[in-house]
Write a protein that binds this ligand. Structure first.
Ligand code: SF4
Length: 298
């Protein structure tokens, strides 16, 4: 039996993986864990700031990225254009999530390959909680890696997460004030209200996402063009104040409906203020994560 085990824990900049790392330090202090953050190059500044804060608590965090693999000089637009070209000039989407493969899974694979080559087996700790349904959409790679879910094993649920962060001197990352998850600034899993917030908080990143849309090869002769928000709705449409007002109004209605339901079911959790962005998936009647892979948002 192989007794060389490398324990690894991926931080996405999201609340669950962050809380898991802190929880492991509290509950399994003797376990040597290698922390990693896969920096796609399109992260929100708030995410990078939070990773720095975590590093101060946890110790060194490996920053993995796709640049060393792609051989592409430069970041941001140059790199994205290259990936776009490699993937038929189609934007990544829920149906073809090449972004996760290129920007997250391949750098991770390369990193763990180094350990595997040294004879290690890998235990990968993930922040799936005990109150989550069995998860699909978990993109994996063909490697001898065992997935471990300590929160599920220990009965840790959503309301415990904020407590773990707070007792370790942290709070939710800043972006939760206006967005429901970490990940790329242009992530197509975000709701329209989040795109509006991106435009308000990071107009430069919104402009970059608009630019990327223009590189998509969908052709109007074979149907409506594809954009980040779906077919036929480019980000430019959010520049129209009327359209924005409509989206904000619809969002408010959904929140009111959600809060009413919460009150009715007496689900109010004193640790989470009525309807925060951490509940956005529920507000939109989606399973937690909205279909995104845990690599991207946990
Ligand atoms: S965060 Fe979104 S855009 Fe980025 S890799 Fe994940 S699914 Fe793709």
């Amino acid at each position: 039996m192989n007794d060389k085990v490398k324990h690894v824990l991926g931080l996405s900049g999201g609340k669950d993986s962050s809380a898991l790392a802190l929880y492991m330090k509290e509950t399994r202090p003797g376990l040597e864990i290698e922390y990693f953050f896969t920096d796609t190059g399109y992260e929100l500044p708030e995410t990078n700031d939070f990773i720095d804060k975590l590093e101060a608590k946890l110790g060194y965090i490996h920053r993995l990225n796709s640049r060393s693999l792609s051989g592409i000089e430069g970041r941001g637009e140059v790199e994205f254009s290259s990936f776009l070209k490699k993937n038929g000039n189609y934007l990544p989407s829920q149906r073809d999530r090449w972004c996760t493969v290129e920007l997250k899974l391949k750098p991770f694979e390369k990193w763990v390959d180094g350990f595997i080559a040294q004879g290690y087996s890998i235990k990968n700790y993930v922040g799936i909680r005990a109150d989550e349904p069995h998860r699909t959409g978990f993109m994996t790679i063909e490697k001898p890696i065992e997935t471990v879910m300590p929160f599920r094993d220990d009965g840790i649920v959503k309301s415990d997460i904020i407590n773990i962060l707070r007792r370790n001197g942290l709070d939710l990352p800043e972006y939760y004030k206006w967005r429901s998850r970490s990940g790329c600034s242009f992530c197509f899993y975000q709701q329209k209200i989040e795109w509006i917030k991106l435009m308000e908080h990071h107009p430069d990143l919104f402009e970059q996402a608009k630019k990327f849309e223009k590189g998509d090869a969908s052709n109007s002769t074979v149907g409506e063009r594809f954009y980040w928000m779906g077919k036929g709705e480019p980000l430019e449409t959010l520049e129209d104040p009327e359209r924005r007002a409509q989206i904000i109004e619809n969002h408010q209605k959904k929140i009111e409906r959600f809060n009413k339901k919460k009150r009715r079911n007496a689900l109010h959790d004193p640790n989470i203020i009525a309807c925060t962005m951490t509940e956005l998936d529920e507000v939109y009647d989606l399973a937690e994560g909205g279909g995104a892979c845990i690599t991207c948002y946990k």
